[in-house]
Design a protein around this ligand. Structure first.
Ligand SMILES: [Fe+2]
Length: 244
């Protein structure tokens, strides 16, 4: 069975109306615990190991420390993960839950589909929104793949709802667990990794409008080069990214 079919079956097992209700009750945030089929998750974890040599480590004082592998490296090393990102039934599910005509991020965006490695003590990311540099809103799907850590995804809901006190959620992103949220609404962090621990997560990004103004493109490229994937990955020979 193709990955697209596996994803279609996984979507069929969901009560989409109930997921949508929870998503909106929680100000555009929902968790599907252990949702992806174990067999599919096992193949994705196999690709995590194939992607390891491409990990780019980075450290931004007081904000983040960890490794990442962006879209372009995954194209060569992680076909299953890319098929999950592109699965038509999954995109339809995301559209039904968010009520938006979501599309995948442009392939020139290393965050479109990326792995984040927390492998050294202290690896973490501080509180942030997944701010959209696109004209449209950006939605994040976070998938747990390796979870042998005390790190937690900490999210604060309702931070931009006037008159409502934020509510904090803390969760381990177990293999196959999926978290969907509106990047401009969930204030979130990953707490520091402990000694001898490991955590690897996958993020899939979708947007309502993939166009970007040139100034925002520049800011976004600089941020990615410094904080995530390195200058070589972001400003690739031929200027593939700048040209889009
Ligand atoms: Fe984030």
């Amino acid at each position: 069975m193709s990955v697209a079919d596996e994803m279609a079956r996984a979507v069929e097992r969901l009560d989409v109306a109930a997921v949508r209700r929870t998503y909106w009750e929680q100000d555009e945030f929902v968790v599907l615990e252990h949702w992806l089929p174990a067999d599919l998750v096992a193949r994705m974890v196999g690709e995590v190991d194939r992607a390891r040599p491409a990990v780019h480590h980075n450290y931004v004082p007081r904000h983040k420390k960890g490794g990442s592998v962006g879209y372009h490296a995954l194209v060569e090393r992680a076909p299953t993960i890319l098929d999950v990102y592109r699965a038509p039934a999954f995109l339809e599910f995301l559209r039904a839950v968010t009520g938006q005509a979501l599309v995948r991020c442009p392939e020139s965006d290393p965050h479109a589909c990326a792995l984040y490695f927390y492998t050294e003590p202290g690896d973490h990311i501080g509180f942030h929104y997944d701010t959209s540099y696109y004209k449209g809103t950006r939605y994040t799907v976070l998938v747990g793949l390796v979870e042998r850590s005390s790190s937690r995804l900490v999210g604060q809901l309702y931070t931009r709802v006037p008159g409502r006190a934020p509510v904090e959620v803390r969760l381990a992103t177990e293999p196959g667990t999926l978290v969907l949220f509106n990047g401009d609404k969930l204030w979130h962090a990953i707490t520091p990794l402990g000694e001898g621990e490991e955590r690897v997560s996958l993020t899939l990004e979708y947007v309502t409008d993939p166009r970007m103004t040139p100034v925002k493109r520049f800011v976004s490229n600089m941020k990615d080069a410094i904080a995530y994937f390195g200058f070589r990955a972001v400003f690739r020979p031929g200027g593939a990214r700048a040209a889009r």
